[in-house]
Design a protein around this ligand. Structure first.
Ligand SMILES: Cc1cc2nc3c(=O)[nH]c(=O)nc-3n(C[C@H](O)[C@H](O)[C@H](O)COP(=O)(O)OP(=O)(O)OC[C@H]3O[C@@H](n4cnc5c(N)ncnc54)[C@H](O)[C@@H]3O)c2cc1C
Length: 467
């Protein structure tokens, strides 16, 4: 344990994902003493990257986020971070129902829905307006599937255009509440899809520098083992066997892990514990990372930035999640994405169920990862026939990988389903000084949702400390 830690802190933040780092930075800026504890060897959580021999750098979750990230980063991080957020202009779809390219904003989607899909303009407008006015107080029993049936009955092609990218963006399905779809879809439709120029490594480095300027103490490679609660009030956090006293805790760890492992259900009311037990985790992902040989340049006019492709005849949640899924998103990274770096790479992402991967014996697990790589290459050959000879490095990650590096239960890529939000927000009513910030309820997940939830939690903690 480093010697230069304080005896106690105003706030200990557990987990250096985007929500945890944003909460820590916001509180330190407000003059609070903050310790940020991260179990992995580097901050970032799922907003992470890794390097491989031969000069390859792969981003894990930098595929695209809504424009709102610029405002949030300018306000709660730095002007330099905000200025590095740039638009991805070429989003492509290729499936048995349609092939098209779009800038993925309201204007272009209106054009496509009216001209290409033959939907009356007033229906398109009514749909956009309905999606935009949705909020978290709407009836959660009204599902995304029902929303589509209301506006586009029997149009599975339209449903696919509207839903498939959002399923990748936050794991939501046709069975999830329409409001969680509507809020995220409208965020993207306001101005399209954005990325961070310089990659996740640059973003996290800039965030670390800003936290240092604001005086956050950061401990990496140290798991928080326990949150100490006395008389229904936070008293400290145990790290490497030492309990560090604090007045408040923000947990950026998995919601269920926070309640049932870090605190222990005996500290909560029985009905709250029951409500928490009923929270469903969101699904997970597989990814295939393909690093191209030096000098190989991808043709942007062929690949674009993001390609949603599938050979499935229609959009169905179970097909998207299955181990045999043919639906995947290809993210193409060019040297301009990472100025100063001369390599191209491709990442193929697909939704996945933890239980399809959790118990595989080592040999079968390795073989199935090989199948993931092979299937991604086979799918990519349709667009880049030479790709096999151009790949220098290929590897796959699974739900087990995400669990291993973030401790998220079931390797959930987007935290919990919608009902997790109410549980997350109610924690401080159970234990004074304990807050949760991190992927819950679809709306509060993804890069933008996580940053914004970090700010919300920080403001709540600041108000609590002022009492
Ligand atoms: C494959 C994939 C692709 C994605 N693509 C996108 C995308 O294109 N756009 C987008 O907006 N979002 C995307 N996401 C989602 C996005 O990355 C996450 O929603 C977001 O980064 C989550 O941030 P967070 O702060 O909630 O938590 P996390 O990033 O999960 O961070 C939690 C942190 O807590 C730490 N931790 C856990 N337990 C402990 C403990 N006991 N002690 C100390 N530390 C602990 C973990 O190690 C981790 O660092 C993707 C996710 C995945 C998996």
């Amino acid at each position: 344990m480093p010697q230069n830690l304080r005896e106690s802190y105003d706030v200990i933040v557990i987990g250096a994902g985007l929500a945890g780092m944003t909460a820590a930075n916001t509180l330190a800026r407000a003059g609070r003493s903050v310790l940020l504890v991260e179990q992995h060897s580097k901050p970032g959580g799922l907003a992470t990257w890794f390097r491989r021999p031969g000069g390859h750098v792969f981003d894990v979750s930098l595929h695209g986020f809504p424009v709102g990230m610029i405002k949030s980063c300018r306000r709660y991080w730095t002007a330099e971070i905000a200025a590095s957020i740039v638009q991805l202009k070429h989003i492509r779809f290729d499936n048995p129902q349609f092939t098209l390219e779009t800038t993925f904003d309201r204007e272009d989607f209106t054009r496509l829905l009216v001209q290409r899909f033959g939907i009356p303009p007033e229906t398109v407008q009514a749909f956009f307006d309905a999606a935009r006015t949705m909020n978290q107080f709407d009836d959660p029993a009204f599902s995304a599937g029902q929303l589509f049936e209301k506006f586009f009955p029997g149009r599975s092609d339209v449903v696919r255009l509207l839903m498939e990218p959002i399923t990748y963006a936050n794991g939501s399905t046709l069975e999830d509440p329409a409001l969680s779809y509507g809020i995220v879809f409208s965020n993207f439709m306001s101005k399209g899809v954005y990325t961070f120029q310089g990659g996740s490594d640059r973003l996290i480095r800039l965030m670390q520098e800003e936290m240092q300027r604001n005086g956050v103490d950061v401990l990496v490679s140290r798991a928080a083992e326990k949150i100490t609660v006395e008389n229904r009030r936070v008293a400290g956090v145990t790290v490497a066997g030492r309990t560090i006293p604090c007045r408040a805790v923000v947990s950026n760890a998995n919601l269920l892990g926070t309640i049932f492992q870090l605190v222990g259900e005996g500290h909560f009311d029985a009905d709250f514990a029951e409500q928490a037990r009923a929270v469903r985790l969101n699904n997970s992902s597989t990814q295939v990372y393909l690093g191209l040989k030096p000098g190989v340049r991808l043709d942007e006019s062929v690949c674009g930035d993001l390609l949603f492709c599938s050979t499935a005849p229609a959009f169905r949640t179970d097909w998207l999640l299955s181990r045999e899924a043919t639906s995947r998103t290809f993210s193409f990274y060019y040297p301009k994405t990472r100025p100063g770096h001369d390599r191209c790479c491709v990442v193929a992402s697909a939704n996945a169920r933890y239980e399809d991967w959790s118990d595989l014996p080592p040999e079968e697990y390795a073989a199935r990862k090989g199948v993931l790589v092979e299937n991604a290459l086979a799918a990519l050959e349709k667009y880049l026939p030479e790709i096999r000879g151009q790949v220098d490095h290929a590897e796959a990650s699974t739900p087990r990988t995400f669990k291993r590096y973030t401790l998220h239960w079931h390797g959930a890529s987007f935290g919990t389903k919608f009902e997790g939000l109410a549980v997350s927000r109610a924690i401080p009513e159970q234990i004074a000084g304990l807050y949760h910030a991190g992927s819950v309820g679809i709306i509060m997940s993804g890069w933008l949702g996580a940053v914004n939830y970090g700010v919300i939690a920080a403001n709540d903690v600041d108000a609590f400390l002022m009492k």
